[in-house]
Design a protein around this ligand. Structure first.
Ligand SMILES: C[S@@+](CC[C@H](N)C(=O)[O-])C[C@H]1O[C@@H](n2cnc3c(N)ncnc32)[C@H](O)[C@@H]1O
Length: 275
């Protein structure tokens, strides 16, 4: 089977171009789609391709779960149904953190899921000291696989959100968080997101605001550990106004800087201390 012909047949009717490329990279074991675009698939590769086509048609399971792989910031991450599929807009958290001097600094990736944020930052600057935590033991198994895959080191904690800071004396310099933030009653969540991605990774109590409220309530505690701490956190693009309201009681002591993603949606905030 010629890859170019397959592309004509399946893109965009069944797969997006980027899904098709990821499938081809996975089954050919090549590092770059452009290396194989003119090639023909071997019998084994063709069988693998057709198996994925069949399973996708039957289940509509996200391609990332079918091939156990998702690219994030151009690094490939192992994923399975115990972790959220990394989203491109989350790459902005990496960009924000990379603006700082990370050498010998402690970076906590809280609610780490696959570990994509923390491990990407470590890939970009190996001198950072990486700590990753999640409440899901199954997700942490995926983190171990990804640390090994990227030949990186990092300490792993199973912890309920910010309770990790009672479990270790390591002083945080940077904290990245992509918490669950979807309202339990949100009817806009895609059918197959809802069906296949872990609800623990998607939904949060209090109209999706629970983790932000917890975070804001614990700022004095976190900044008592390090007044230069930088917290970078993702949120849902419709939550900015609510977050500003909740944060208003903290504004005397802390700065909050909201940023948009490349689609011009509000996407993350950065907290620093004014003291
Ligand atoms: C939106 S996902 C983010 C995963 C990953 N950081 C990413 O950006 O792709 C949220 C993660 O928070 C974890 N989580 C949910 N409740 C938690 C809690 N109470 N404490 C710690 N982690 C939690 C989920 O298991 C999930 O891995």
């Amino acid at each position: 089977m010629e890859i170019n012909k397959l592309r004509e047949e399946y893109v965009p009717d069944l797969f997006t171009l980027s899904e098709f490329k990821e499938i081809i990279i996975k089954i050919t074991n090549e590092s770059d789609y452009n290396f194989v675009i003119e090639k023909e698939l071997s019998k084994i590769e063709s069988d693998s391709f057709l198996k994925i086509v069949k399973e996708f048609k039957e289940t509509k399971k996200p391609i990332a779960y079918l091939i156990n792989n998702k690219y994030f910031y151009n690094f490939d991450f192992y994923v399975n149904e115990n972790v959220l599929i990394p989203r491109p807009e989350t790459e902005l958290l990496v960009d924000e953190i990379m603006k700082y001097d990370l050498e010998n600094k402690n970076l906590f990736d809280i609610c780490c899921g696959s570990g994509c944020i923390g491990i990407t930052i470590k890939n970009l600057n190996s001198k950072v000291n990486l700590l990753l935590s999640d409440i899901s033991k199954e997700a942490l198994e995926v983190v171990k696989i990804n640390l090994e895959k990227h030949k990186q080191s990092g300490q792993i904690f199973c912890s309920d959100f910010l309770k990790i800071f009672n479990q270790t004396d390591i002083v945080p310099d940077f904290i990245t968080i992509n918490p669950p933030y979807i309202d339990n009653n949100d009817s806009n969540v895609g059918e197959f997101v809802k069906k296949y991605e872990p609800h623990l990774a998607l939904y949060a109590e209090d109209r999706g605001l629970k983790f932000y409220k917890d975070l804001f309530n614990q700022l004095d505690y976190l900044y008592s550990k390090n007044k230069n701490l930088v917290i970078v956190c993702e949120f849902g693009f419709e939550q900015k106004e609510e977050l500003e309201k909740i944060f208003s009681s903290k504004i005397v002591k802390y700065n909050i800087d909201f940023k948009k993603d490349y689609s011009s949606n509000w996407r993350l905030f950065i907290i620093t201390s004014k003291e």
